[in-house]
Design a protein around this ligand. Structure first.
Ligand code: KG4
Ligand code: ZN
Length: 378
């Protein structure tokens, strides 16, 4: 069963060919992040243009890399929501066209569902170098924490994984979802303002660090992580930690960071860009700690309350190593986290999610496929 996955929800054009929901035959990714950096965030029009420019080239590339022809493909899985309408339209139109011309079955995949299935992507099978990196990362974390970290290679039957608690932390979403079976999602918590990734992006801007903010802040905080035995003098709040529900809020945290920056600016009478590197890294460190603390605390509590022993953490922010460390320290049970490169948007996760929908014969006719930019999971 060979599925062509198409992802164009935001600023990554992701195309992949995946066999039986686990064997990656070929993949291609083009990000417009370098162009977006100049503007400090995603410009939707720019994202759409890059999708239009690259999507057909990437499809050609995966066919040639895998040695397959269009006739060998069983179905197209496309992320047709949620996301930027103009960006989604590109992938959706390409899927419709292939469906119509090549008479392929189409599976419509919710972008967030795609993120969830990224935790089922086998680790490192197609890339020995990454495999070593990931392994050593896991070994490293294991020796620190003695926790069980599972990857898809060890999942004999994915059906046995449920119920699964899922923490989705991306640029547009922060959701705690209880997944009771394939396609059965119960949303138990969400953000009431900024998403976790969005908070990282905005905080980076405040600190004068480049877009996307997550990797910039993580990089900048490394120095402080190394010195973490020393107590930092900067303290930021842990919003909604004791709110009595599983919702999140990150907007106030960003404002608290801004006040801290202003304090240092008044003291030094300098502009943000001139903030001392040491202060920027202390602020970045404390911001990352605050976001990770809240995410881990609430996730742990939700798992306890719902009696769930397995957790998947997905979305761009799941690439954050400090968050991973804290999860491994705190969470009892099995944790499924994709390889770093599959945390952010890609075509593989859409093809994997598409496979499970295909198996349930959830097809959509090309005439009925449409963009659903506000599509909620469930
Ligand atoms: O899942 P994703 O690629 O796109 C959406 O679906 O939104 O996530 C992108 C988000 C960005 O906000 C980015 O800053 C964040 O993921 N991100 C990170 C890291 N890498 C990417 N946040 C924290 N730490 C990281 N290492
Ligand atoms: Zn995403």
């Amino acid at each position: 069963m060979i599925i062509l996955g198409i992802e164009t929800s935001c600023d990554e054009t992701g195309i992949a060919l995946v066999c039986d929901g686990k064997k990656i035959l070929a993949e291609g990714l083009k990000s417009s992040v370098d162009l977006q950096r100049e503007y400090g965030g995603v410009v939707p029009e720019l994202a759409s243009r890059v999708h239009v420019e690259y999507i057909n080239l990437l499809i050609k590339k995966v066919l040639s890399d895998s040695g397959l022809k269009m006739k060998d493909i069983d179905a197209i899985a496309v992320a047709n929501g949620p996301g930027l309408a103009g960006a989604l339209l590109v992938g959706t139109m390409v899927a419709k066209t292939i469906g119509m011309v090549a008479k392929k079955k189409i599976v419509s995949v919710n972008h967030l569902e795609g993120h969830i299935y990224s935790s089922f992507i086998p680790i490192g099978k197609n890339d020995e170098k990454k495999k070593v990196n990931h392994k050593s990362q896991i070994q490293n974390l294991k020796s620190q924490t003695n926790k069980v970290i599972i990857n898809n290679k060890n999942i004999k039957k994915i059906e046995n994984i449920f119920p699964l608690m899922v923490l989705i932390v991306s640029g547009g979403h922060t959701e705690l979802v209880l997944m009771e079976n394939f396609g059965e999602y119960r949303n138990i918590g969400t953000t009431i303002d900024d998403a976790a990734g969005e908070a990282f992006d905005k905080a980076a801007r405040i600190l004068g660090l480049p877009y996307p903010g997550g990797p910039s802040i993580a990089h900048c905080a490394i120095q402080e992580v190394r010195n973490k035995k020393q107590e930092t003098s900067i303290k930021l709040p842990r919003p909604m930690m004791n709110s009595g529900n599983y919702n999140f809020s990150f907007s106030g945290l960003k404002t608290a960071l801004l006040y801290e920056v202003k304090k240092f600016q008044t003291q030094t009478e300098r502009k943000i860009a001139k903030l001392d590197n040491k202060i920027v890294s202390m602020l970045a460190y404390e911001f990352q700690e605050a976001v990770a603390d809240v995410l881990v605390y609430k996730t742990k509590k939700a798992m306890q309350e719902y009696g769930v022993g397995r957790l998947a953490v997905v979305g761009g922010v799941a690439a954050n190593n400090r968050l991973r460390e804290k999860l491994y320290e705190e969470i009892e049970g099995e944790i499924y986290i994709p390889e770093i490169r599959y945390c952010t948007d890609n075509g593989v996760k859409i093809a994997v999610a598409g496979y499970y929908k295909y198996m349930r014969r959830e097809f959509v006719r090309w005439q009925d496929l449409e963009v659903k930019s506000n599509w909620e999971l469930g």
